[in-house]
Design a protein around this ligand. Structure first.
Ligand SMILES: Nc1nc2c(ncn2[C@@H]2O[C@H](COP(=O)(O)OP(=O)(O)OP(=O)(O)O)[C@@H](O)[C@H]2O)c(=O)[nH]1
Ligand SMILES: [Mg+2]
Length: 244
């Protein structure tokens, strides 16, 4: 049940080996959220880091643990696994609205636009697309092309109707909670399963174009990710097409 100290918005950010930018990114995003006057929490969902990420996350949680708005929490568990961390973070969220962000993006413009859409009742899920008309993708061309190829694969294999499943999203928590729980794959492909299951389940979804400017290149090389992503996509195809 919502109490007066329940935040209206939960911002979930998976983190892995982010010692170089974590502190500055959180201080900066809290500063940029301040003028919006929201009551919100930030949930850092970590797993597998080998650097000082957990320590810095705990320092932030201690510093902002009692904040009325912008409380910071960290959860930390096991092996590196983006999807598992994101799922855990969502399940721990308390806000009516949940925003999923990435530490190298922290896109407050997306937060603001997505919350406006959710609150207007126009949609229950908002996807920030780096591939939709009007988006700007400042990442290297090879990663842009890889994202297009990945979305096309989801289109062919699973009938995905949007342009992007990865990255920024925001939703009404109760509208998506059962779908989050029903997702079967983890790692990179959890985010795609969530969006595709929402689409197939008739969740009212709106894609909005975003501008992607990363604070740093990703820690895992694109080509090293491909075999695991392919395996997970096949697992997802089986999970959705066969198991339903
Ligand atoms: N907990 C957790 N977080 C991760 C893991 N891998 C990446 N992240 C976090 O996920 C976010 C996005 O990671 P990036 O390394 O920027 O990857 P990316 O290729 O830009 O991500 P996409 O384009 O969305 O696939 C960052 O906040 C990372 O710290 C992981 O194994 N575990
Ligand atoms: Mg990135």
């Amino acid at each position: 049940m919502a109490t007066s100290d329940t935040p209206r918005i939960s911002i979930v950010i998976p983190i892995y080996n982010e010692e170089a930018i974590l502190h500055a990114a959180i201080v900066d995003v809290r500063e940029r959220l301040k003028p919006l006057g929201w009551t919100y929490e930030i949930i850092l969902a970590e797993n597998g880091s080998k650097d000082r990420t957990i320590e810095i996350g705990r320092e932030l949680a201690a510093k902002y643990g009692d904040a009325q708005d912008g409380q910071v929490k960290i959860i930390s568990m096991g092996e590196p696994n983006y999807g598992k961390a994101l799922k855990q973070g969502i399940l721990l969220s308390r806000g009516d609205l949940v925003i999923c962000d990435e530490i190298d993006l922290c896109d407050v413009d997306f937060h603001r636009r997505a919350v406006d859409i959710l609150e207007s009742g126009e949609a229950d899920l908002v996807i920030g697309s780096k591939l939709a008309h009007g988006a700007e993708d400042d990442r290297p061309a090879i990663r842009h092309v890889a994202s297009i190829a990945y979305s096309s694969m989801l289109k062919v294999l699973l009938g995905f109707r949007g342009t992007d499943t990865h990255g920024l999203k925001a939703f009404r928590r109760l509208a998506l909670l059962d779908i989050v729980r029903s997702c079967l794959v983890d790692k990179d492909v959890f985010a795609s399963e969530l969006v595709i299951r929402a689409d197939r389940g008739g969740v009212r979804t709106k894609e909005i174009p975003v501008r992607v400017i990363e604070k740093r290149p990703p820690s895992i090389n694109l080509f090293k990710r491909v075999p695991n992503v392919m395996k997970s996509v096949l697992k997802l195809t089986y999970a959705i097409r066969v198991r339903g």
